[in-house]
Design a protein around this ligand. Structure first.
Ligand SMILES: Cc1cc2nc3c(=O)[nH]c(=O)nc-3n(C[C@H](O)[C@H](O)[C@H](O)COP(=O)(O)OP(=O)(O)OC[C@H]3O[C@@H](n4cnc5c(N)ncnc54)[C@H](O)[C@@H]3O)c2cc1C
Length: 441
């Protein structure tokens, strides 16, 4: 027996993209069903939130170990309690999941638990996760927000030893040694986490620099700090299965793959390309009433906050509004390595035209000194002719938070002089940006 339900909009996937879209539409009076396999998606369950929860403990541990004595705190017998860290990870996820469920319900959207498969372009069949009665749901509009899964590395099968970002979070004990294949964002965050907890970490990157897309000075600074932390860095690395056997655990972090297998997209006539569901700048697929957002698409960004924004943009289109496409926004990139990285706009490597460049070290910043922070810098890149700010790159204390005002500067095409018009208090970390602007030449 199946039940049949009809909605204005059906959203498949309850990560940041799907939930943002559902809440926006429902709060504007649209009748919305949100099909949820796991509320919060990758971000809440295996990505943004659990990694940052564990990293926060690691950062505190590093501060106590490195700076305790400097700060005048005598601490003895400091040790890591991994099971307790695990419990806290679960507690934070559960608390945020409850808040998310509440806010989706408050908006008026209906959450239906299960996995959706297209029957035709207006209809899906939803199979409950734990068995039971299937439901047929039809809707005028459908939004696909099914996210991504870890990309497999050719020749490496998932096993007890060879694991993804999901299993590494759930390890019952810390490994004695860890090989991380992939020196991108996920790789450097996990390297920071486990090296900070005392695990012997080897980080292997196939390209010539860690974080291949980052500004070269930022990547070099991270490498310097990682080396000091005794992380073994292999660049231009080709890791064989035999190499991998020498490690207790091997994390494969070589990118993500659009999660579309379970959808039966052919039944809906939705087209994909090699990187995911093909969309235009407003999230429209080739089928007029079907949209896609977030990691499952061939879009440029694979981030929680860009998925969320894409969800709202699609909702605005469905409501007949006139949304601003994501490519008109300036998107800050934040990397939660220890220390953090925040970037927006152009990197020096690859930027065209004549540039003005200004740098300022955290070691010269009063607040950083107060916090016993010693690493990193801010780097501002401006156009020589127009003096407009083209890029800002920070590595060091609270860089992920500090980048926000630079994103505003790049988005609004501010000149160096415009940016300097905003006074910073004293002593604060953001004074580092003032210094970098003043040093631009
Ligand atoms: C280790 C790690 C750390 C990260 N850290 C950050 C960070 O700090 N900041 C940041 O911005 N981004 C971070 N990301 C990226 C971020 O998690 C993703 O970009 C974001 O989750 C994408 O959101 P989404 O809505 O597109 O999909 P997802 O969050 O992946 O959600 C999609 C959901 O749909 C479900 N689904 C799939 N198929 C179906 C189906 N047929 N029916 C029903 N449901 C289905 C999936 O199981 C999933 O639950 C991180 C990623 C990883 C792997």
């Amino acid at each position: 027996m199946t039940t049949t339900l009809t909605f204005d909009t059906l959203i498949i996937g309850s990560g940041p993209g799907g939930t943002a879209c559902a809440k926006y539409l429902a709060s504007h009076g649209n009748k919305v069903a949100l099909i949820s396999k796991e509320l919060g998606g990758e971000c809440l369950n295996y990505g943004c939130i659990p990694t940052k929860t564990l990293l926060w403990t690691t950062e505190l541990l590093e501060r106590i170990n490195e700076g305790g004595a400097t700060l005048g705190i005598d601490v003895q017998n400091v040790s890591v309690n991994w099971p307790h860290m695990q419990k806290r990870r679960g507690d934070v996820i559960n608390k945020l999941k409850k808040q998310l469920a509440f806010s989706v319900q408050q908006s008026g959207a209906i959450i239906i638990e299960g996995v959706a498969t297209f029957v035709d372009a207006h209809t899906v069949e939803v199979s409950p996760i734990n068995g039971g009665e299937k439901q047929i749901i039809s809707a005028k509009n459908i939004v696909i927000a099914t996210g991504s899964t870890p990309r497999k590395l050719a020749g490496f099968e998932w096993s007890e030893k060879i694991i993804s970002n999901k299993e590494i979070l759930e390890m019952p004990a810390l490994p004695s040694s860890l090989l991380i294949i992939g020196g991108g964002v996920v790789g450097v965050e996990f390297a920071s986490l486990f090296a900070g907890l005392g695990v012997a970490v080897t980080l292997a990157e196939a390209g010539a620099q860690l974080l291949p897309l980052a500004d070269k000075d930022v990547a070099q600074e991270l490498e310097r700090i990682f080396t000091r932390k005794k992380i073994t860095i292999l660049k231009d690395a080709k890791i064989s299965l035999d190499d991998a056997q020498k490690f207790d655990k091997v994390l494969v972090a070589v990118g993500r793959k659009a999660a579309t297998e379970s959808l039966n997209l052919t039944a809906a006539g939705v087209m994909t390309d090699t990187s995911g569901i093909a969309i235009d700048e407003l999230g429209k697929t080739n089928v007029p009433h079907i949209f896609a957002v977030g990691d499952c698409t061939n879009g440029k960004w694979k981030l929680a906050y860009t998925a969320e924004k894409e969800g709202v943009i699609v909702a605005e289109s469905i409501l007949g509004m006139n949304p601003i496409p994501l490519n008109k926004y300036s998107v800050p990139i934040t990397i939660f390595s220890l220390p953090e990285i925040g970037s927006v706009g152009d990197a020096e490597n690859g930027a065209n035209g004549e540039l003005l460049i200004g740098k300022s070290a955290y070691s010269g910043n009063a607040k950083a000194l107060i916090m016993a922070g010693r690493d990193g810098f801010a780097k501002v890149i401006a156009d020589k002719q127009t003096r407009k700010i083209r890029g800002v790159h920070l590595i060091g204390e609270r860089a992920a938070d500090l980048i926000a005002e630079s994103a505003l500067a790049v988005a609004n095409e501010l000149t160096l002089e415009d940016f300097a018009l905003s006074l910073r208090s004293h002593p604060v970390l953001s004074e580092i940006l003032k210094e970098a602007i003043e040093n631009c030449k």
